[in-house]
Structure formats: structure tokens, C-alpha cells
Design a protein around this ligand. Structure first.
Ligand SMILES: Nc1ncnc2c1ncn2[C@@H]1O[C@H](COP(=O)(O)OP(=O)(O)OP(=O)(O)O)[C@@H](O)[C@H]1O
Ligand SMILES: Cc1ncc(CO)c(N)n1
Ligand SMILES: [Mg+2]
Length: 485
């Protein structure tokens, strides 16, 4: 079987001896049904005669589910039963010898703890690398823990996929976000001799959901204006998506000549050109989430709404941009009705700041209770979740997420004493879209976006003569373990 990168996402390794017999087979099957993408038989504490019998049984199961079957260390056994491949450590049979025995079609994985070992393994024809221990582990007593920076350097050093191994659990996997791994090799996070089959299935589902979120390339699209100074608009959006390891694309609605002092000119694209941009994107690289920002006129809004319906776009975050931080109007007065009537019905979430929420709810907002009332009105009118941002007028950092009348949450953020807040709204909404693209639910996506914007503001970057932009790179998400899964 030819190895693909996605085979390595959920790498389930059997425990060294327990369980055995049918219990082992039942647990392996539950793991595969739960989302294991590759199985390794690693039975360090079982007599060789029994391992062969087990290997044939587990192999048959893997063949049934079309999941690669790898044997740990034992090249001869892998050859004898024609397993899909082997995994060899630095002290096992040399790679070239294993390759000469198993042939070019076998999958050969190699453990590497340094860049040099990884590079050598790649040069000698390894199909993937296993590297760690990325967390403290009790499975291999002699193994030392590897820093995540070293692990990332190994991932970046070779073009073949690298699997993280060592002490991985559903609770710590996200700490490796952005490190470049192709998957997670796990033993105890999946298998346990005292677990029921349902428990194995559930545990595997949990780690598989997180693993896919962390390793799959997800795409997101921003449909917004260009801010030539880079602080807001699609520039802020694309930097934010990159920081979340999401592949960002952009359909530009307007060009603005803008900097930290204000907006001096605006040139809108034509509806036909907007349609062409959206067709180009959706017919080739469908986005998993959409963020809309500056939408200056009703003609553009109409064509955007039509195309989002046509392509059945999902995870649509509408940032109802009306006035720039510098005070410039970014939407025609007569376009607001089109925005609320044609786009908000498609929205997963709308993210107004205080003035925008006042416009959408037709009420003034001077306190937290007003924010709640306005959110409720917007929800009842447009039937989408609402995030009313505390922003510059109420409390700067406490936002209200209103999902339904009985489901609303205050997201408090520490007020960061930084006058450079150009593009905070754009950044927050595109961070939410990036997290929705990665599979997070709305509350988790909002929390992670708040975490992110706190990092970009705390960097205290200070450029431009006016209210400057944030440092989007400061929030590179692997520099900060996220509080929620
Ligand atoms: N000084 C600050 N400290 C911490 N968080 C902040 C600060 N200022 C804004 N935020 C947060 O940034 C996010 C964007 O809110 P804001 O009200 O700035 O949106 P906006 O007015 O739409 O921004 P923009 O000017 O980019 O359109 C919100 O989560 C808000 O709580
Ligand atoms: C292009 C653009 N979009 C959105 C905003 C809102 O900050 C801005 N200032 N510029
Ligand atoms: Mg805004």
C-alpha cells in the first residue's frame, strides 16, 4: 500500500502486551472505526511465536478497513506476512537493509530524534519519520522529552511526513498546533486493556477530531476591502489566517488608499469582477469558512450573497464594517438594507462593534445590558448568532456572544493599554472564521480568536502616526497554548 500523508493523522500503536487475543482485535477494530488511520503492532513483551499469530489477525482486520498495517522493529516478520511496512528505531536493522528485504513498495518509518538523523533517514529512503517524545511518557522509560522547537525543526528539515510520538493525549495535542507534524502516534490515548470497546471508539474519535483539526490543510476566504497600509481589510485577514495555519484566500471588494491616519480614496470593483473572483475560488479551492468585511455598495452585496448561496458556502462570518477606526464611512447608507436582508440570513455569526450594533438593532448602546438587548434584537431579526464587541466605547475587551435566547456568553478580554487598534475587528472576525474552518464550534472559535487578538495587541507594535495596526505574527498560535479544545 502506498503511504499518503493523511494515513499518518491518527497513528494507533498497540500496547506492549495487554490486551491479547480477541480483546486486542476488538480494540483495534474499535480504534479503526473511531478514526485510526494507520495501525502499528508493537508487542515488545510478547513471545515472537505469538506475535506472528497476532500480526496475521490484526493485518487481516486492517486489510478489511483498508488501513495500513505496520510492524514495529521486526523486518523479517513483516516480510514473511507481507505487512504494509515496518517502523525501525535507530538501534534496529539499518534502513537500507530493511529496504533491500522489503522492497520499494513497503512503507518504512524511522525514529529520528535529531535533524541529522531525520535527514539521513530521508536520504536513505524512509517514507516517514517518527519523532519525540513530545510529552513526558511512561511507555518508554528511557526516552527523553524533546522540546517542541526541536520537534518542529525536524518537521521542517525533511520533505517526508513526521509523526509526533510520546505521551500524547487529547488534552495536550493542541500544544503542537502549527509545529508541522503530519499526525500523532498514540498508545495509551487510544488503547487500554481495561477499556470497553465503546470507550476505545470514543477515545479514538476524540483524538481523531483534534488531530484532523491540527494537521489538515483548511482553507478560508475573506471577501473584503484592501487596506494598502496592511493593518485592516484583506491584508489583516490573510495574516490572521496564516497565523492560524489556515490557507487564506481573498476576493477584494474595494481598494482603499488608507493608513493609520485615515482613508483618502476608495475604488470599488464591479459586481461582475466580484462574481469572477468568487467563481475562480469556489470552482478550484472551496473555502471551509468565509469572512465578509467591507462591502461598500448594494450591487456588490447582492452578487456576493447570490454566489454564497450558489456555492452553498458554510461558516459565514459577517463583519458588518460600516465606519473605519479612523472615522471613514466604508458602506453606502442605502447598502445597509441589502446587507441585512440578503447577507445576514446566510450568516453563521455577525460581529458588529458598538456603532454597528446600534445601527442593526436601531437602539443606542451605553452599557452591557444594552449590548445584551441589542444582541437579542439582532438575533430575533436576522436569525444568526451575534458577537457584539465591547470595543472602543463600552469596555474595550468584553464581547457578548449571543447564540440564542438561552445561550449567551460574555467573553472578557483583558484591556490592553495600546492605542494601536487599527484592524482589531477585521482580525477578530477572520480569526473566528479560521477557527470555524478548523472545526471549532462558535464559542471555541470566539475564545481562540480573543486569545489571538490579545497576543497581537500585547505585542505593542507601534507604527504609523495614527492608531496603528497589530502585530499579527505575534499571535502565531503555537507560541501560546490555547485554553480550550
Ligand atoms: N485595547 C484592547 N484590549 C483588548 N482587546 C481589545 C482592545 N480593543 C479592542 N479589543 C478587542 O478587539 C476585538 C475587536 O473589537 P473592536 O470593537 O475594536 O472592533 P471594531 O471596532 O470592529 O474594529 P475595527 O476598527 O478594526 O473595525 C474585540 O474582541 C475587542 O474586545
Ligand atoms: C479595507 C478596510 N476594511 C475594514 C476596515 C475596518 O477597520 C478598514 N479600516 N479598512
Ligand atoms: Mg470593525
Amino acid at each position: 500500500m502506498k503511504l499518503t500523508r493523511s494515513h499518518l493523522t491518527v497513528y494507533a500503536i498497540t500496547p506492549p502486551h495487554e490486551p491479547t487475543g480477541s480483546a486486542l482485535l476488538n480494540q483495534v477494530e474499535a480504534a479503526i472505526r473511531g478514526g485510526a488511520t494507520i495501525i502499528q503492532l508493537r508487542r515488545k513483551e510478547i513471545p515472537l511465536s505469538q506475535v506472528k499469530e497476532e500480526a496475521l489477525q490484526v493485518q487481516a482486520l486492517c486489510r478489511q478497513y483498508k488501513v495500513p498495517f505496520i510492524i514495529d522493529d521486526n523486518v523479517a516478520l513483516a516480510k514473511e506476512i507481507q505487512a504494509d511496512g515496518v517502523h525501525i528505531g535507530q538501534d534496529d536493522m539499518p534502513l537500507r537493509e530493511a529496504r533491500s528485504i522489503l522492497g520499494d513498495n513497503a512503507i518504512i518509518g524511522v525514529t529520528a530524534k535529531t535533524i541529522a538523523q531525520a535527514e539521513l533517514a530521508y536520504e536513505e529512503g524512509a517514507d516517514y519519520i517518527g519523532s519525540g517524545a513530545v510529552f513526558a511518557t511512561d511507555t518508554k522509560k528511557d526516552t527523553t522529552r524533546m522540546s517542541h522547537d526541536i520537534f518542529e525543526s525536524i518537521c521542517r528539515a525533511v520533505p517526508i511526513p513526521v509523526v509526533a510520538i510520546g505521551g500524547i493525549t487529547k488534552d495536550n495535542m493542541s500544544l503542537l498546533d502549527g509545529r508541522g507534524m503530519a499526525g500523532f502516534a498514540m498508545i495509551g490515548a487510544i488503547f487500554n486493556s481495561s477499556s470497553t470497546i465503546d470507550e476505545i471508539y470514543t477515545k479514538t474519535r476524540q483524538v481523531a477530531t483534534i488531530a484532523h483539526r491540527l494537521v489538515d490543510t483548511v482553507t478560508a476566504l475573506t471577501i473584503a476591502g484592501s487596506d494598502c497600509s496592511g493593518g485592516a481589510g484583506i491584508q489583516a485577514d490573510l495574516k490572521t489566517m496564516l497565523a492560524h495555519h489556515v490557507y487564506g484566500m481573498s476576493a477584494i471588494t474595494s481598494l482603499t488608499a488608507q493608513n493609520t491616519m485615515g482613508v483618502s480614496a476608495i475604488s470599488n470593483v464591479t459586481p461582475d469582477f466580484m462574481a469572477a473572483q468568487l467563481d475562480a475560488i469556489f470552482t478550484d479551492i472551496p473555502p471551509k469558512a468565509i469572512k465578509t468585511g467591507m462591502l461598500s455598495n448594494k450591487e456588490l452585496i447582492t452578487v456576493i450573497a447570490e454566489k454564497l448561496r450558489h456555492y452553498k458556502a458554510t461558516n459565514i462570518v459577517v463583519d458588518p464594517v460600516m465606519i473605519a477606526t479612523s472615522g471613514a464611512r466604508l458602506i453606502d447608507e442605502d447598502a445597509i438594507e441589502t446587507l441585512v436582508n440578503t447577507l445576514l440570513p446566510l450568516a453563521t455569526l455577525v460581529t458588529p462593534n458598538i456603532p454597528e450594533a446600534e445601527t442593526l438593532s436601531r437602539m443606542s448602546i451605553t452599557c452591557g445590558d444594552d449590548m445584551l438587548q441589542a444582541a437579542s434584537t439582532i438575533y430575533n431579526t436576522y436569525h444568526c448568532a451575534v458577537l457584539v464587541k465591547g470595543g472602543h466605547r463600552i469596555n474595550d475587551a468584553n464581547d457578548l456572544l449571543y447564540i440564542s435566547p438561552n445561550d449567551y456568553t460574555w467573553f472578557t478580554g483583558k484591556r490592553i493599554k495600546n492605542n494601536n487598534t487599527h484592524g482589531t475587528g477585521c482580525t477578530l472576525s477572520s480569526a473566528i472564521a479560521a477557527n470555524l474552518a478548523k472545526g471549532y464550534d462558535i464559542p471555541s472559535a470566539v475564545q481562540r480568536a480573543k486569545d489571538y487578538i490579545s497576543l497581537t495587541l500585547s505585542a505593542m507594535m507601534d507604527i504609523g502616526h495614527g492608531s496603528g495596526p497589530m502585530d499579527h505574527g505575534a499571535g502565531l498560535i503555537h507560541t501560546q497554548p490555547y485554553t480550550n479544545q
